[in-house]
Design a protein around this ligand. Sequence first.
Ligand SMILES: [Zn+2]
Length: 379
Amino acid sequence: MMCDFSYHLPVHLEFGYGKVEKVGSFCIHYGKKVILVTSKGGSAKRNGYIEKLTASLYKEDISFILFDQVTANPLLSTVYAGAAIAKENKCDIVIALGGGSTIDCAKGIAFAVCNDGDLTDYIKGHIQVEKALPIIAIPTTCGTGSEGNTFAVLTDENTHNKKALCSSCLLPVVSIIDPQMMSSMPLSVFSAVAFDALCHHMESFLSSACQPFVEMQALYAIQLFRGNFFRAYVDTEDKNAWCAMSLISILGGMNIQMAGVTAPHGLEHPASGLRNIVHGRGLAALVPCIFEKSISAAPHRFADLAQALGGKNEHDCVPILKAFLARAGLTTTLSHEGIFPSDLEWMVKNALRISRSSLLLHPKVFSKEEVKEIYMECM
Ligand SMILES: [Zn+2]
């Protein structure tokens, strides 16, 4: 096999039930004053997670200030607000406790504390820096994989551009993956985030930047998904299934770090950037149609994907995914998620401009007309 690649991802994972109770002992190496970032919804508090975590911080004599203002599809303005509080209180470490939006927002805060000016300049890559406060990520959902990569996907509320801030300093110094922290997710959230994780694997596998480690992890994770999603779905006490789902998430985050995402994420980001729709549901609306139109460009890759999903050949891929989406309550359309027909023109332009690199990694590079056609078919 001929191949040529590099792989560098020094992520410190602490994985296992009960690990969150040790957060203080990890934190002490990096700082004494924490900004604890959580979502606005208050689920971290309701589920007793904040109490668990702060008990461990107090044990190590670490103080904290709570920033509980993060919303889904986190905004740059929230990042700036959090950074101002962190600066004012002289915080020297950021702990993210929540789903992908919370972790991404916390990464943005850690970055903005150390780097002045407009974050969009850094997102566009006009300025490259490698300086941020240390980040400890504690995911409470299993989808984004942000706990295992250097991305922070943020939305600029002025332009609706949804794009990743990328810097090696955004890799958490420790990620504590405690499956116990995930079992309080409502089923509708679980389905959507888990499908996002599956997409990270399918897309990194299909990406033209795929390489042996990504391929290995993707095929392993897709098979794990197949065997464990519905077991976790019906039983929050099934520890093996929840460990598997948590592992799939982190492996997905690592895979997109190395091989990127492709057309499904590229076309979904304009939708959630513009109308604040649920990322995993946006993907569910788009994936079957995008894959249907891509199979002929890479039949062998889709055949491998289909086999990992439990099928025989490339033509089984889309029917299997459609059946999964139906059973998981994820069959949907863009219009059902809140996209208006009048949005499509903006979305096409935004996808071709902001998501260009993802579209170029897809096995079939879609033209402007084809992108429009996909959006229309998914309405
Ligand atoms: Zn995603």
